[in-house]
Design a protein around this ligand. Structure first.
Ligand SMILES: [Fe+2]
Ligand SMILES: [Fe+2]
Length: 180
């Protein structure tokens, strides 16, 4: 039975499982960003809230991209269960620390799948994941820049308000601007 299923796809069981794990991770990221949007809204930081709403949507798109890839490759994508989504993040800064940590975890997970794909000779999946490698480079860069605002501006007085004002201004790395 297992062999019949595998005959319909060039994805190995290992890669399919890793990709489904990534579907789940992107779905969880989306849910966490949504919780961050609500948390920032409760604190009164409107730009941050809006930013995390957008991030939640982006992560859902990432989830769908991998989900469709598995389906298109003849595999079996699994609609993810998402549990234990945190709703509290300790502080305004805590949200951005958490966001950066989350992006770093995703980068590491993507890198692991690419390594496994190359190891198994699955250049198709490795090629598909190149988009995610670039995306993670950008996501990590901008998450770091957002967190740096807390050190550069400081949260005292109107600092926290100023940080929230600056959030929409953070763009991709200049190396990417040059290519655009
Ligand atoms: Fe993502
Ligand atoms: Fe992300």
């Amino acid at each position: 039975m297992k062999d019949l299923v595998r005959m319909k796809t060039s994805l190995s069981e290992e890669i399919e499982a890793l990709l489904n794990g990534q579907v789940k991770m992107e779905a969880k990221s989306s849910s966490i960003y949504l919780a961050m949007a609500a948390y920032c809204d409760r604190l009164g930081f409107e730009n941050s809230s809006e930013f995390f709403f957008q991030q939640a949507e982006e992560e859902r798109q990432h989830m769908l991209k991998i989900f469709r890839y598995i389906a298109d490759a003849g595999g079996t994508p699994v609609s993810p269960d998402v549990a234990n989504v945190p709703q509290e993040f300790g502080s305004f800064r805590g949200v951005y620390e958490n966001a950066l940590e989350q992006e770093i975890e995703v980068t590491n997970a993507i890198n692991k799948i690419v390594s496994a794909a190359y190891k198994g000779g699955d250049h198709t999946t490795a090629n598909f994941l190149q988009w995610f490698i670039s995306e993670q480079q950008e996501e990590e860069f901008t998450a770091r820049k957002r967190l740096e605002l807390f050190d550069v501006i400081g949260e005292e007085g109107i600092g926290a308000y100023m940080i929230d004002q600056k959030i929409p201004e953070i763009g991709p790395p200049t190396s990417e601007d040059a290519e655009a």
